[in-house]
Design a protein around this ligand. Sequence first.
Ligand code: FPP
Length: 264
Amino acid sequence: MLKKLIRKNDKAISIYLNERVENAQKEQLPDHIAIIMDGNGRWAKKRALPRVAGHHEGMQTVRKITRFANEVGIKTLTLYAFSTENWKRPKIEVEFLMRLPEEFLNSYLPELMEQNIQVRMMGNIELLPEHTKKAVTKAMEQTAENNGLILNFALNYGSRDEIVQAVKKIALDIQEGNMEINDITENNINSYLMTKDLCEPDLLIRTSGEVRLSNFMLWQLAYTEFWFTDTLWPDFDQECLIEAIETFQKRNRRYGGIKEEETN
Ligand code: FPP
């Protein structure tokens, strides 16, 4: 009897979620959502588990949210999986985190293909362990022709590092006579960043109650709408994402301007 009731309740939740998705799809969806996935350690601590158990559970959330974002019609999902500063963590945690892309991609590559998802990566790939590099490269190659959601992993990514690399390339191009100082424009700088082929994020989500950017996409987030939640990343679910999208849809994006009716 109890089981029946719970099942009924599940179904009701899923009908309710479908309705919210359909409503959201009638309005402007964010094309690009970027997520700072935070709170894995605290999730594990609450359960007296090692921190890495939180990261492993976080990987399941990546799977769930990627699939859902694709179904909703989001075009790009950028996930901050490992920052240039995360190397400071204990060796055992770093090694575990470096195994996750491999585990994720080995387990779910067929599923990602089925869902027409294209895997990309931004960050310094050269400094990743060989096994991580291999898994990511294989997934990027195999999914290159897919034209559904772009799943962009920020891996060994740091925004300041990205900007430093871009400035060096610009300086080199000037030195070699390929461009002049006056050619430097905002668009031009964009083309030197790791996101050169992507649109800027429309919506940034950070989980776990932390309210900071942690060296994430500092240039690209200039006009992005931010949404913060106390939910820890392993607990983040479809309902959380739809809530973030609904909030985004209520925002008034002005890009520094004002609306015509506000001109007097
Ligand atoms: C921050 O939480 C989280 C990370 C540094 C790692 C995020 C990685 C995943 C969610 C899994 C990635 C999966 C793939 C497929 C690459 P924290 O550990 O700092 O949490 P805390 O603040 O509670 O300690």
